[in-house]
Design a binder for this molecule. Structure first.
Ligand code: MLT
Length: 406
């Protein structure tokens, strides 16, 4: 028996598990101070589910209690009622035409962006933004596609630095890459891509027979018309892109778990539809999302649900503005926030990002995420999220302002 030695190459714990461990250790050592901890680290929501979703879940629970309406295994790619709601609202309403067989309901974008590598050869060259959501890199390391770590970077991964100098936007690769991970609005930088710039990526991918894995988990936070919510708003995307969506950040489903992935029938390589591969992969390794959860997700698209979710999003958008304006007012260089729940800031006085993490935790009892945890180009940056309560967000900003204005 041989183990998968790729796991030996990777850091022993996932970024957010590592942060949670540090906070637990701090709490054990400083129980009094720890009572004041404000968590703006992992992008986990704090507001309860929209009442329309709760109502739909209660109704679905009741159905599960009666033999006539009980449901067992869900259809492997999602119930038609949810697939149709997604298709009608997220695509047809924006002039994008899909068949529901191109949409796959799942337990979220983390799983799908992590699992999608199953359908591609290990020989592909992967391009990722730096900094980046760690799942894209870690899962390529686990499967053996990354090569070895040399000077903090994986030898087979093509890094696309996203820094203040390039407005945190990746540049079109200067060499051939095969699989391109893009996430917009971006996690962690909070920056958005314009339709015009995304078109350049679509053109690159089509011309170079590359696939774009487009993580659109934060699309609900888009406020500007020039920014796409879906890559399929861009002409030519159906032949080069897979899109990942999530109800986590849109509708507070981080604990409920539901998302979906779109694999167009037009996406074909060597005459093979990737849609068939993903369908085969999901049917084999994934057992579907519960009926109760899918009814809750369907309610996101009801008139009431839409209204309630708009208010929830506005609450987080206001938090983002509080953080952005507050930090900018005391001299921090801040980015993101406009089309995103994330605020990306340059650490002061050239501080390392973990050093800044420790300072905020030890001195101010504020938890954020060190930029370095998202990749080497994240060093010297720090991420805060807008998903806390407004009261805590204001408190955290006041603490930072008081400390750094001195
Ligand atoms: C984050 O904080 O980056 C996200 O919450 C992680 C995730 O969605 O898995």
């Amino acid at each position: 028996m041989k183990i998968n030695e790729n796991f030996l190459k990777i850091e022993s714990s996932y970024l957010f598990s590592n942060i949670a461990k540090r906070v637990r250790e701090y709490t054990a050592a400083n129980p009094e101070k720890a009572k004041n901890i404000i968590r703006l680290g992992i992008g986990d929501v704090t507001l309860p589910l929209a009442p329309a979703c709760i109502e739909a879940m209660h109704k679905a629970v009741d159905e599960m209690s009666k033999a006539e309406t009980f449901r067992g295994y869900p259809p492997e790619y999602g119930y038609d009622f949810l697939l149709n709601a997604i298709n009608d609202n997220d695509y047809k309403a924006r002039g994008i035409d899909f068949d529901i067989s191109e949409i796959f309901v799942s337990d979220g974008a983390k799983s799908d962006t992590g699992n999608i590598g199953d359908i591609f050869s290990l020989d592909n060259r992967v391009a990722i933004c730096d900094p980046v959501y760690p799942v894209y890199v870690d899962t390529n390391v686990m499967s053996g596609r990354s090569g070895d770590k040399v000077d903090g970077k994986w030898s087979n991964i093509y890094y696309m630095p996203c820094l203040a100098e390039n407005d945190f936007l990746p540049e079109i690769p200067s060499e051939k890459v095969d699989i391109i991970y893009l996430c917009f609005p971006n996690n962690p930088t909070g920056m958005a891509i314009t339709k015009d710039y995304l078109k350049k990526w679509v053109d690159y991918a089509n011309a170079n027979k590359a696939v774009i894995l487009y993580d659109s988990a934060y699309e609900a936070f888009v406020t500007e018309d020039s920014v796409p919510r879906s890559i399929y708003e861009i002409e030519g995307a159906k032949t080069c892109a897979i899109e990942f969506r999530s109800f986590s950040k849109t509708a507070g489903f981080t604990g409920v778990r539901c998302g979906y992935t779109v694999v167009p029938h037009d996406l074909q390589f060597d005459g093979v539809e990737l849609n068939k591969f993903w369908a085969r992969r999901q049917a084999t390794k994934f057992n579907g999302v519960s009926y109760i959860t899918q009814r809750a997700a369907e309610a996101v698209y009801s008139d009431e649900g839409k209204k309630q979710i708009k208010e929830i999003l506005a609450y987080y958008q206001n938090n983002a503005k509080i953080i952005y304006d507050g930090l900018a007012s005391c001299g921090f260089k801040v980015y993101g926030a406009k089309n995103s729940p994330y605020i990306w800031l340059k650490t002061p006085d050239g501080m390392g990002s973990w050093e800044f993490f420790d300072l905020l935790l030890n001195e101010l009892q504020v938890v954020g995420t060190p930029g370095e945890g998202f990749g080497p180009a994240g060093e010297g940056y720090f991420r805060l999220t807008a998903f806390g309560s407004t009261e805590n967000t204001q408190k955290a900003v006041e603490r930072i302002k008081n400390y750094f204005s001195k």
